[in-house]
Design a protein around this ligand. Structure first.
Ligand SMILES: Cc1cc2nc3c(=O)[nH]c(=O)nc-3n(C[C@H](O)[C@H](O)[C@H](O)COP(=O)(O)O)c2cc1C
Length: 222
């Protein structure tokens, strides 16, 4: 993200799907961003395409580097953290974060996990408190709203539904954003693309309407 948009606020869109135009979640994040800008013209939009960028997994060098303070790192260690530094600067600069992600194998795409492993970093986005085992994380991000858009081929994953116990996507993501200090989270899911076309079309319309409302008001029903 360019940090040079003086006077503008930042809307960061994180797309986790590897798909382009066919992607359901990308359509949801695009619709939200379009409507958000109509209602909030003082925002600049930035994209982080985690599903397409081939983000590396953390390495042994990365782990050693992240455990040290910046002035003690070797040149190799500092280089190993460059991408992480860039992602963290970008997420810190965001006023609003819009995350679109498919469910992959009842969880999140590994590309999004690789991104989160680069971003959830001690003393950067979370402070560890070993003296307080029941409350060991203090989030270092603040004052950001997060909007999460989920898509799943099947349905029945919401709380109380028949596949809720197999949803390792939504609660996981909300938990890690909470740990980084972000608790103002709204979510919408579009489920069931693989099943009844008529029901899916109805769900799509309802979800699009909710997104338009959420982008205009900041919340559904606000
Ligand atoms: C590798 C892979 C794994 C998937 N795993 C699940 C799953 O566990 N449960 C489910 O309901 N749908 C699953 N799906 C379907 C996707 O969640 C669904 O097609 C979603 O719309 C994809 O997001 P996108 O359109 O933004 O790419 C999977 C799709 C792929 C390609």
């Amino acid at each position: 993200m360019s940090l040079t948009n003086i006077g503008m606020k930042n809307l960061l869109i994180i797309n986790a799907s590897p798909r382009g135009e066919r992607s359901v979640t990308r359509r949801l994040t695009n619709l939200f961003a379009t409507k958000w800008i109509e209602a909030h013209p003082d925002y600049a939009i930035h994209h982080r395409e985690v599903g397409k960028e081939g983000i590396p997994h953390v390495s042994e060098l990365w782990i050693a580097a992240a455990a040290k303070s910046a002035e003690l790192r070797t040149e190799d260690e500092a280089n190993e953290l460059k991408l992480s530094d860039q992602f963290i600067a970008e997420i810190k600069a965001a006023d609003v974060i819009v995350l679109g992600t498919p469910m992959f194998n009842w969880s999140i795409p590994s590309a999004l996990k690789a991104y989160l492993d680069q971003v959830i970093r001690a003393n950067e986005t979370v402070k560890m408190r070993p003296d307080d085992p029941q409350n060991p994380y203090r989030g270092l991000l603040k004052d950001k709203r997060v909007y999460m858009f989920f898509s799943r081929g099947n349905a029945g994953y919401e709380k109380g539904e028949y596949f809720a116990h197999m949803n390792f996507q939504a609660d996981y993501l909300k938990t890690v954003f909470n740990i980084m200090g972000l608790t103002e989270i709204q979510e919408i899911a579009l489920n069931g693309s693989a099943f009844d076309k008529r029901i899916y079309e109805q769900s799509t319309k309802a979800v699009y309407n909710k997104i338009v409302e959420m982008a205009s008001n900041g919340k559904i029903g606000a």
